[in-house]
Ligand binder design. Sequence first.
Ligand code: PLP
Length: 400
Amino acid sequence: MLPASLKSDFPILGKSVNDRPLVYLDNAATSQKPRAVLDASRHYYEAVNSNIHRGTHFLARAATAAHEAARETIATHIHAASSDEVIFTSGATEGVNLVSDILSLSAGDEILISTLEHHANIVPWQMLAQRSGAKLVVIPCDENGVLDQNAFTNLLSEKTKIFALTWISNAFGTVNPVREMTAAAKKYGAIVLIDAAQAIPHLNIDVRDLGADFLVFSGHKVYAPTGIGVLWGKLDLLKSLPPWKGGGEMIKQVTFEGTTYNDPPFKYEAGTPNIEGAIALAAALEYVKSIGIDAIHDHEQKLIAAAAEALSEIPGIRLYGPSDRIGALSFAIEGVHHYDLGTLIDQMGVAVRTGHHCCQPLMSRFGITGTTRASFALYNTMEDIESLATAVKKAAAMLR
Ligand code: PLP
């Protein structure tokens, strides 16, 4: 287990809620920020702030250097072949929208996604399908929230032009075999996008090993601020695909007759970016590295197993997702509404998420409107799990 003292790296975790020490178990929605990240943001504005890339003065050069160093750190973290493959976005949602906007399809083409997807990896593809006449095809899942691999194999065909898949389900914690599924889709020449929004805080990401064309994630799920994220894409694709938003930075030459576009990554970064966010994201990934992603993963797996075991004792509880879930533990208790449960345990100082988790089609698949979800981070402790279990038991008894 990681030392409980790590909690003190995160100032907000010292807070009391309803006169109880805060137990924060809503990490799949957003993570808390360590002092190293808060300091990086503050230092940027106190000592470096300037617009980047076009300035000749001292601060412009310092800000540009820090921004591009951040890109290098992120490229190294995800094992990208080049930092030119790392495009800064506002988050995973923007990354998927960027890709779905620059790809063009024809009537009869298919976009393959899965039942486990977050709305961010559904709606942009639906919009692309609507404007192109392509068809959205969905891989079903079983009662454990695990994708049906036979169905997946049968759904793949020459018509599959895009395959977009979440690595880890934010709702159920299901881990998809992304490498194998990517390889299968690649046999049909599909463009593959992996949604790593929930993978980035828990797993080592090696984009070269993965074999996909694109991968997206948000900084705020991995201890960085909101409003910054990454789209990683294979360089040859980024070079050959059309630009997205037009504006400053994404151009080489502009005349009123026409424009030549910049090379990736700048081709996809029109306008002044979130400079501080990029620097803080690099600081967050350095923080993760200083602890070690494998040690974080081991720690969190012990926590989630202990939580599953403790909650299983509650009469009428159903845990969703497979037993080898990562990051998130979703459950429902017979006769208890998830919203009431979440509200009541909040009064006991325990923060969890309730509802559909931006996965309404997945909830429909299970005939439910939502679940209660506890989700875990490196700073959670076995005491947090005990607090969760005690609070849920107490609340369930009161609500039934
Ligand atoms: N994909 C998954 C699996 C998620 O869990 C989330 C956020 O919860 C997103 C995409 C969207 O992330 P963001 O809202 O940061 O863009």
